[in-house]
Design a protein around this ligand. Structure first.
Ligand SMILES: *[C@@H]1O[C@H](CO)[C@@H](O)[C@H](O)[C@H]1NC(C)=O
Ligand SMILES: *[C@@H]1O[C@H](CO)[C@@H](O)[C@H](O)[C@H]1NC(C)=O
Ligand SMILES: *[C@@H]1O[C@H](CO)[C@@H](O)[C@H](O)[C@H]1NC(C)=O
Ligand SMILES: *[C@@H]1O[C@H](CO)[C@@H](O)[C@H](O)[C@H]1NC(C)=O
Ligand SMILES: *[C@@H]1O[C@H](CO)[C@@H](O)[C@H](O)[C@H]1NC(C)=O
Ligand SMILES: *[C@@H]1O[C@H](CO)[C@@H](O)[C@H](O)[C@H]1NC(C)=O
Ligand SMILES: *[C@@H]1O[C@H](CO)[C@@H](O)[C@H](O)[C@H]1NC(C)=O
Ligand SMILES: *[C@@H]1O[C@H](CO)[C@@H](O)[C@H](O)[C@H]1NC(C)=O
Ligand SMILES: *[C@@H]1O[C@H](CO)[C@@H](O)[C@H](O)[C@H]1NC(C)=O
Length: 884
């Protein structure tokens, strides 16, 4: 093994080996040599491909017979290829060599023992060879026929042999292999000067599925227009085709294959028919060469409109250069690149070998896959160098360039429409497409991170302008949440042009109420902002604005970003008076029954007692009146000590006691409950309840409210009553109205969110909860941003907003900024649960009764005295017969 290595090694390595073995030669050395041999063997087991140092690189050459038109060519190539390659390698790499094995047959199972595969085969055969080569991780260099999808960049290099004038289809194959156009549908427009064959092949290149790629083309349609003899005629034909075009059905992706003058006509027509929009894509293929005096691609700039997506692929072949496009030239090009790559790879390996010990080298050296990648990288670099720097022998035959129009946002950024073109790539037969940017930069990157002006004004919670500690303006609020996200999605930053509004002044003066929104505030927009939008000085006005009909012909609304529902606010229902709490456990009827039963029970008892046989006089039961007191006393569990002697009366009293027990237990149980849970008045929570209470309270809503219009047009009768009796509030009356609502005399109708805000801020200032919000919601008010009428971006902005709605982001922002749960209702619910102490107010009723009782008895006492006196006087007046 050692000797085998020495034979291969460059002098440096041998030197080192010799030095190593000559310094010390001992049995230990022998052991280590054996050990090294063992290591090399065992390491080979998992890195089973020899290093470039220890073995020559090996190349499999596969040449397919059917690739050649005639047999003579084929035999010629096969006979000469070995020497041809050997000669090139000898010239290029001096240190090592390439072992070449030429296969005449294409039926090969594996390339496990090779470093490189060079194939000259038809497209189909190339790809089946490639599948084997990929499995064995070897470098695949392929020369194939034209209209063949190229091997992926990371797996090999393929060169289609293209004859000039027929490269168009290959360009499309290459674009698709590079994943540069991922269209679902495509409309191909071409003029009839093109060869049927050219167009057919382009269509095939666009619409067949590619190896190892997802195929996502759904529809394609083809339109040919007559070139026409004159410019006027041509324009007429073009317009006719575009006018009848069904964008909805056929999609908005266009490939236009034309000559340079027809391209101009189509661009004009498409612009006129409004077919060039931010969501459409126009790819112009300009076939005639534009080098030299012929037309200059920059002339198209004037035809580009704001917000369009236009790209050009144009023929930049310099027809004056010498062009050699034959097979041998390409083979030579590839072999030279391969030889260079192998040399570089070998040099790196030697360097590594010198730096580390043998054992380490075996572990760290590249394995087959890494070597594959490294060699391929060097080959690519060499080919690119050849093409760009030295002009490449075979590659210069054809040269196409890609240009993309940068049109989005230029208007705002510079004040006038000046689009420009950027170079986005190139195409060479050897290298395929090389894109330095995407073909449609705006489709992929939106506004490409430019800074756009937007307009806003202070209107919390929609738009909040605040000052940071460092004195800079900070923008936040709901609409800014939306715009920040929009900016992220559409890739723009913004600078804000703000307008002073009345509200701003009001709120800065009265700082403590900065968060307090008193009434819905999206019905008006400062005229300055509308002017900015109309004058197209801003992309859009980032302001919440109720969708309405003002400025109908100058501005457009985006789709609604938020919906506001209306609701009304009334005073929180108070507790019912607790003065008569002790009567509360029984209903009036119960009390009446109770009183009646006492009054009936008294005489009944008396009668039963009296007519029972052998009735005896018992004190306390001697009259009806006394019996009533007796029954009453029993009710209060103050029983008389005397019981009737007979069972009939006793039975009656026993039953009465039973009744008393049930009554008392029920009463005291309920009384505890009534003391603990306060009894509330019923709240007015629905529209019907509000209307039913129209004699007790008034209602109203802010002036110029959207509600007014809605109610006017409503069909239901109750809305008409609501409107008829409503009081329109002035903006200046806010505080007054709130006090009125608190006092329970008025109901304020406004957005639910505004009312919640109002409740919250009132709670923060007063610490109490004095309002209740209705559960009825009766109208949706759409709120949107505004944008200039002819702005091209309205549709894509709407689409983004729609996505935000669907993903639930809008709801998230709304719940963050606007409280959805009013704390008042929490407090309200918790109140009953808290422990309650029975206070004087709860007991006032019974004290009052006591007072009345005392007063009553004093009165009766007076009456009795009076009556007694009169009796005495009467008796004195009577002349009493003297009885002796
Ligand atoms: C490598 O190539 C050289 C030159 O062709 C040859 O002399 C040598 O035997 C080859 N080595 C191996 C290991 O095949
Ligand atoms: C591109 O230009 C070259 C040189 O003028 C010409 O030979 C070739 O046919 C053109 N390609 C196409 C597709 O027309
Ligand atoms: C370019 O234009 C010049 C005169 O303007 C003319 O002499 C020359 O032939 C033109 N070259 C080509 C390739 O058209
Ligand atoms: C194309 O025309 C513009 C002016 O319209 C000029 O600045 C530019 O250099 C021209 N480009 C070529 C390649 O001739
Ligand atoms: C692509 O083109 C640029 C110049 O336009 C060049 O610097 C780069 O090396 C090329 N890359 C490839 C992979 O061809
Ligand atoms: C925004 O545009 C810049 C410039 O084109 C680009 O580099 C960046 O990737 C884009 N960002 C997104 C998210 O598309
Ligand atoms: C813009 O407004 C006009 C007139 O109000 C209307 O016809 C047009 O459809 C609107 N455009 C969009 C995209 O909503
Ligand atoms: C509202 O204000 C205007 C003037 O500002 C006044 O004329 C009108 O009477 C006010 N309305 C009410 C209901 O107070
Ligand atoms: C409502 O506002 C309008 C102006 O928009 C004004 O003319 C009218 O007087 C206002 N009504 C009340 C009741 O304030």
């Amino acid at each position: 093994m050692n000797s085998y290595i020495i034979e291969q090694c460059p002098p440096l390595y041998i030197d080192r080996l010799v030095r190593r073995s000559s310094i010390r030669f001992s049995p230990i050395d022998m052991v280590s040599v054996i050990f090294l041999a063992w290591i090399l063997n065992s390491v080979d087991a998992f890195n089973d491909f020899p290093s470039l140092i220890s073995a020559n690189a090996s190349m499999a050459v596969v040449i397919e017979k059917s690739f050649f038109d005639n047999k003579a060519d084929y035999r010629d190539v096969v006979r000469n290829i070995y020497n041809f390659i050997a000669n090139i390698t000898r010239e290029e790499i001096h240190m090592a060599d390439i072992d070449i094995h030429v296969f005449r047959d294409t039926k090969i199972d594996n390339f496990r023992d090779y470093t490189v595969l060079l194939s000259v085969a038809t497209c189909h055969q190339t790809w089946s060879l490639h599948n084997i080569a990929r499995k064995d991780e070897i470098v695949h260099l392929a020369i194939t026929e034209q209209d063949c999808p190229r091997l992926p960049d990371s797996e090999g290099v393929s060169v289609p042999l293209i004859s000039p004038g027929k490269e168009l289809s290959q360009i499309f194959f290459d674009i698709r292999m590079a994943d540069a156009l991922l269209w679902n549908n495509v409309n191909i427009l071409h003029d009839d000067t093109f060869d049927r064959d050219v167009v057919d092949r382009v269509i095939k290149a666009i619409s067949i599925s590619l190896p190892n790629k997802r195929f996502n083309l759904v529809s394609r349609s083809l339109f040919a227009f007559t070139h026409g003899d004159s410019k006027r005629k041509r324009r007429y034909y073009i317009k006719e085709i575009l006018q009848n075009f069904h964008v909805d059905r056929l999609g908005k992706c266009f490939v236009v294959i034309v000559t340079i003058d027809a391209a101009t006509d189509i661009m004009e027509a498409a612009k006129m028919l409004n077919m060039v929009q931010p969501d459409s894509q126009w790819l112009y293929i300009i076939t005639e060469t534009v080098i030299g005096n012929s037309t200059n691609i920059t002339t198209f700039i004037d035809l580009l409109s704001e917000g369009s997506n236009v790209a050009f692929i144009y023929n930049a072949t310099d027809s004056n250069t010498y062009c050699n496009n034959n097979l041998m030239c390409h083979i030579q090009e590839l072999i030279v690149a391969l030889a260079t790559a192998l040399k570089l790879s070998l040099m790196t390996e030697i360097e590594l070998y010198n730096d580390v010990s043998d054992e380490e080298f075996e572990i760290v050296r590249l394995n087959k896959r890494e070597r594959h990648r490294e060699i391929l990288k060097h080959i690519k670099i060499k080919l690119v160098q050849d093409t760009f720097v030295t002009g490449g022998t075979c590659g210069r035959c054809l040269f196409w360039r890609f240009a993309s129009a940068i049109t989005w946002g230029n208007f705002f950024a510079r004040g006038k429409n000046n689009a420009y073109l950027i170079d986005s790539g190139s195409w060479f037969p050897t290298l395929g497409v090389n894109l330095t940017d995407v073909i449609f930069p705006h489709i992929a990157h939106g506004f490409r991170g430019i800074n756009l002006p937007i307009a806003t004004y202070h209107n919390p919670p929609w738009q909040i302008i605040s000052l940071t500690n460092s004195g800079e303006k900070k923008y936040s609020g709901l609409v800014f949440d939306v715009v920040k996200y929009l900016g992220k999605k559409m890739n723009f930053t913004y600078s804000v042009l703000s307008s002073e509004s009345n509200r701003t002044i009001k709120f800065t003066r009265n700082k403590t109420k900065i968060d307090m929104v008193l009434t819905s505030t999206t019905r008006e927009m400062p005229p300055a902002i509308i002017d900015m939008v109309i004058g197209k000085r801003v992309l859009l006005a980032v302001c919440a604005y109720t969708v309405n009909n003002c400025g109908k012909n100058k501005i457009n609304f985006t789709i609604p970003i938020f919906m506001q529902t209306y609701s009304f606010l009334t005073a929180k229902p108070g507790q019912l008076s607790r003065a008569l709490l002790f009567t509360a456990p029984f209903a009036k009827e119960t009390w009446a029954c109770l009183a009646a039963s006492i009054i009936i029970m008294g005489p009944t008892l008396y009668l039963i007692h009296k007519y029972s046989p052998c009735s005896t006089k018992i004190s306390g039961l001697n009259s009806s009146w006394q019996c009533i007191w007796y029954v009453y006393g029993a009710l209060l569990q103050q029983g008389n000590m005397y019981l009737p002697h007979f069972d009939s009366a006793r039975w009656l009293i026993a039953i009465w006691w039973l009744v008393v027990m049930v009554l008392v237990a029920t009463y005291s149980g309920s009384l505890v409950a009534f003391l603990t849970f306060p009894n509330m008045d019923t709240a007015i929570l629905t529209l019907d309840a509000l209307l039913a209470n129209k004699n007790r309270l008034t209602w109203g809503f802010p002036n110029n409210s959207y509600l007014e219009e809605y109610l006017k047009n409503a069909e239901e009768e109750k809305y008409h009553i609501l409107l008829k009796q409503a009081i329109i509030h002035n903006a200046t009356q806010e505080m007054e109205i709130i006090e009125k609502v608190k006092a329970g005399k008025h109901a304020l109708i406004d957005w639910k969110s505004t009312l919640r805000f109002l409740m919250r801020s009132d709670m923060l200032t007063t610490g109490g909860c004095y309002f209740s919000l209705s559960t009825d919601e009766f109208m949706d008010e759409p709120i949107a941003m505004i944008i200039a009428q002819d702005s091209p971006y309205i549709n894509i902005i709407n689409a983004e907003l729609h996505r935000m709605h669907e993903s639930g982001l809008m709801n998230k922002w709304v719940t963050e900024q606007i409280p959805t749960k009013d704390k008042c209702s929490d407090i309200f619910a918790n109140q009953g649960v808290n422990e309650r102490k029975v206070n004087v107010a709860d007991m006032q009723g019974i004290f009052f009764v006591l007072f009345m009782g005392v007063t009553g008895s004093i009165f009766l006492l007076c009456c009795e005295f009076y009556w007694h006196k009169r009796q005495v006087a009467k008796r004195r007046k009577l002349i009493q017969p003297f009885l002796s």
